[in-house]
Ligand binder design. Structure first.
Ligand SMILES: *Cc1c(COP(=O)(O)O)cnc(C)c1O
Length: 393
C-alpha cells in the first residue's frame, strides 16, 4: 500500500522449529513396538515434571483436552461458576461449558492485560468453584494474589499455561504454582508435538483424577482388584475420555524440550529488539510486566493508540500484510462471539473490548533472524510515519 514492501517473502507470525534430533526421535518410535502407551509417554511426562517443577504430569491429546480434564478434576458441574478472562483462546472458557458449568468473565487490567484481581473479587459468588487464569502472551497474572483469594474462598486455581512453558513466577516455574496447570504443544506454541498438551499438579489426589479421566476413567489399580480376577483386571470407575498423547508425539516433545532454553533465549532476544524499537513511539503501547514474573514470551502484541493515528486498526493490519508481515489478532473477546451471545453473554468487559480494538500481534518465533525482526520494526515505523501524528504536524 506504501510502495515497495519492506520484504519480498511473507513472514508468518509463528512457526515451529524442527531439527534432525526431532526427526530421529520420531522415526525411532515408528520403528519400535509401541506407537502409543509406551515408554516415551512416561519419559516426556517425567521431563515436563523436571522443567516445570511439578510433582505430577499427565500428557494429553491437546491443550483443550488438558483444560477439559482440569475442569473435570476440579469437579465443575451444572450450577458451578468459573471465572475466566475474555481475552484468550476460546478453549479457556469452552472447557467450563463442556462440564455444564457457567463461565463468568472478569475484565482485564488495562496495563498488564491479565485478569484484574479486583474485578475477579467482584464477580465471585457463592456458586464460584474455580478461577482459570491465562498466562496471556507468556506472562502470568498476579499468581500470589490469585492463590490467596482461592485459599480464602476455597476455589481451585487452574492456570492455562498454553503460552507460558518455561516462564518463572516468584522463583518458581509455571506448572508447579497453581492447583492445576495446563499446557498446549500446538505448532505456534513454544515447543510442539504437532497437536498435544499436558496437565501438571502437585496434588496426588488431583493427579489421580486427571490421569484416570484422560484414559477413559478406566483403572488397573490393584487396590480396586477383586479376589477372583487375574491380570486381565481393569474397571471403569468414572466417565473419562481417550485423551492420550501418542509415543510418536511424546518423542517429538522430548527432543523439543531439550531445546527449550535456546527457544526461550531467542524469543527473549527478539522481544528485546521490539521493546527497544517501540519504547519511545507514542502511537504504540506495550504490555506492562507482572511483578516477580520472568516470562518466556509466546506472543508480542502492540496496542495502537488510534487517537494518535489517522487510520483504523483494519487499515494498519492490512498495511502490515501488504508489507509482507504476518500480523494477527489475539484475541476477539470470547463473550462477544455469536455462540456466547446466544447463551446470554455479550455485555462487554470495557478494558477487554478496548484492548481488542487496538491489539495487533507481531511475528515472534525461534527461527526468526534479526533481519526478520528488523523488517517487522521497519514496517511498523513506515506505517506510523504515514498515518502517525508526526506525519501531519
Ligand atoms: C493454544 C491455546 C489453547 C488450546 O490449545 P490446543 O492445543 O490448540 O487445544 C488454550 N488456551 C490458550 C490460551 C491457547 O493459546
Amino acid at each position: 500500500m506504501g510502495g515497495k514492501p519492506v520484504r519480498e517473502s511473507y513472514l508468518a507470525y509463528g512457526k515451529q522449529f524442527i531439527d534432525d534430533d526431532d526427526i530421529t526421535g520420531v522415526v525411532s518410535v515408528l520403528k519400535s513396538d509401541f506407537l502409543t502407551c509406551g515408554s516415551k509417554v512416561e519419559e516426556f511426562e517425567a521431563k515436563l515434571c523436571e522443567v516445570t517443577g511439578a510433582k505430577y504430569c499427565t500428557s494429553v491429546a491437546n491443550g483443550t483436552a488438558a483444560l477439559h480434564v482440569a475442569c473435570m478434576a476440579a469437579n465443575i458441574s451444572e450450577g458451578d461458576e468459573v471465572i475466566v478472562p475474555p481475552i484468550t483462546f476460546a478453549a479457556s472458557a469452552n472447557c467450563v461449558l463442556y462440564c455444564k458449568g457457567t463461565p463468568i468473565f472478569a475484565d482485564i487490567d488495562k496495563d498488564t492485560w491479565q485478569m484484574d484481581l479486583e474485578d475477579i473479587k467482584r464477580k465471585i459468588s457463592p456458586r464460584t468453584k474455580a478461577i482459570i487464569t491465562v498466562d496471556f502472551t507468556g506472562q502470568t497474572g498476579d499468581l500470589r494474589g490469585l492463590k490467596e483469594l482461592c485459599k480464602l474462598k476455597q476455589l481451585t486455581l487452574i492456570e492455562d499455561a498454553a503460552h507460558s512453558l518455561g516462564t518463572v513466577y516468584n522463583g518458581k516455574p509455571v506448572g508447579s504454582i497453581a492447583d492445576i496447570t495446563t499446557f498446549s504443544f500446538h505448532p505456534v506454541k513454544t515447543i510442539t508435538t504437532g497437536e498435544g498438551g499436558a496437565v501438571t499438579t502437585n496434588s496426588k489426589i488431583l493427579n489421580k483424577k486427571i490421569a484416570l479421566l484422560a484414559k477413559h476413567g478406566i483403572t488397573r489399580d490393584v487396590a480396586f482388584k477383586k479376589e477372583d480376577v487375574s491380570n486381565w483386571y481393569y474397571e471403569q470407575v468414572a466417565l473419562g475420555y481417550n485423551y492420550r498423547l501418542t509415543d510418536i508425539q511424546c518423542a517429538l516433545g522430548i527432543s523439543q524440550l531439550n531445546k527449550l532454553t535456546k527457544f526461550a533465549q531467542r524469543r527473549e532476544e527478539i522481544t528485546q529488539m521490539y521493546n527497544d524499537a517501540f519504547a519511545d513511539i507514542e502511537e504504540i503501547t506495550l504490555q506492562q510486566s507482572t511483578p516477580k514474573c520472568i516470562p518466556v514470551k509466546h506472543l508480542y502484541i502492540i496496542r495502537l493508540n488510534l487517537d494518535k493515528l489517522n487510520c483504523t486498526k483494519k487499515e494498519f493490519y492490512d498495511a502490515m500484510q501488504k508489507e509482507n508481515i504476518g500480523v494477527n489478532v489475539h484475541y476477539i473477546p470470547i463473550n462477544t462471539f455469536p455462540y456466547y451471545k446466544n447463551l446470554g453473554y455479550g455485555s462487554k468487559c470495557k478494558n477487554a473490548q478496548e484492548f481488542y480494538e487496538q491489539a495487533l500481534t507481531l511475528p515472534l518465533f525461534y527461527k526468526m533472524e534479526d533481519k526478520d525482526a528488523e523488517d517487522v520494526i521497519n514496517a511498523v515505523k513506515k506505517i506510523i510515519a504515514h498515518y502517525g501524528s508526526l506525519a501531519n504536524s
